[in-house]
Design a protein around this ligand. Structure first.
Ligand SMILES: *[C@@H]1O[C@H](CO)[C@@H](O)[C@H](O)[C@H]1NC(C)=O
Length: 225
């Protein structure tokens, strides 16, 4: 039953990707499996491409996305992203896939953006409160509570999050319109940058006392990224 729902989720994601028009640039050939060693390469299109005759199913596949991830961490969530680094056959195809696990009672995928990809998410298990904020000057907050089978779109570049508001674990899958959508987690980027941003900048920008800024910089410094 769980696996059937997982398959439905994947089909939804596949259909979504086939109608998307705003992914990475057109591949210009069937595929361009990414390789590091140019010895067997024939085309160059951002990365070296494997000779297409040498490509096999393993270059286009990944197993184990049905296995729940460990969510015991500060935010109570775990994102497993399959981009071009995990599936080299995604190179130039403008799409990637994520599994997101949320701990019960408040597991949070904290506010973040994907600079290169729109995201379409489907809830497979649990109850998620999700939302995104539009760009300046409106900064409109668009949000919804999602149940299994519900789908939500986070437009490219906009700050968004998901929060598990139920007493049970939650699981979602998401398609992203880039082979490498990138992620900027707002709190980590702002308060945990390396080296740190001057506290004066953050105190003024966030209208905070500088003591609170240094507290936040301690929270997000070190190995919290
Ligand atoms: C995510 O889950 C994997 C496998 O359960 C685990 O190895 C990894 O440490 C977890 N990541 C975080 C951030 O908790």
């Amino acid at each position: 039953m769980k696996f059937a729902r997982f398959l439905v989720a994947l089909v939804v994601l596949a259909l979504a990707s086939s109608v998307a028009t705003a992914g990475d640039p057109s591949p210009l050939q069937d595929f361009c499996v990414a390789i590091n060693d140019p010895k067997d390469a024939v085309f160059v299109n951002g990365k070296f491409c494997m000779d297409p005759k040498l490509a096999t199913a393993k270059d286009f596949s990944f197993s184990g996305l049905n296995i729940p991830r460990d969510t015991v961490n500060k935010v109570g969530s775990n994102v497993t992203l399959l981009n071009v680094d995990q599936i080299p056959g995604l190179n130039t195809l403008g799409i990637s896939l994520a599994r997101i696990d949320y701990a019960p009672n408040g597991g949070l995928n904290p506010p973040h953006t994907h600079p290169r990809g729109t995201e379409i998410l489907v809830v497979v298990e649990g109850t998620l409160y999700v939302g995104f904020v539009t760009s300046n000057p409106d900064n409109r907050f668009i949000s919804k509570v999602l149940y299994p089978g519900d789908v939500f779109v986070f437009p490219i570049g906009l700050i968004h999050f998901q929060l598990n508001i139920a007493k049970t674990p939650a699981v979602a899958f998401a398609g992203l319109s880039s082979q490498n959508p990138g992620t900027i987690t707002i709190a980590n980027a702002v308060f945990g940058s390396d080296p740190p941003i001057s506290p004066d900048v953050l105190a003024k920008a966030f209208q905070l006392d500088s003591k609170i800024v240094s507290y936040l910089q301690k929270q997000f410094g070190g190995n919290n990224k």
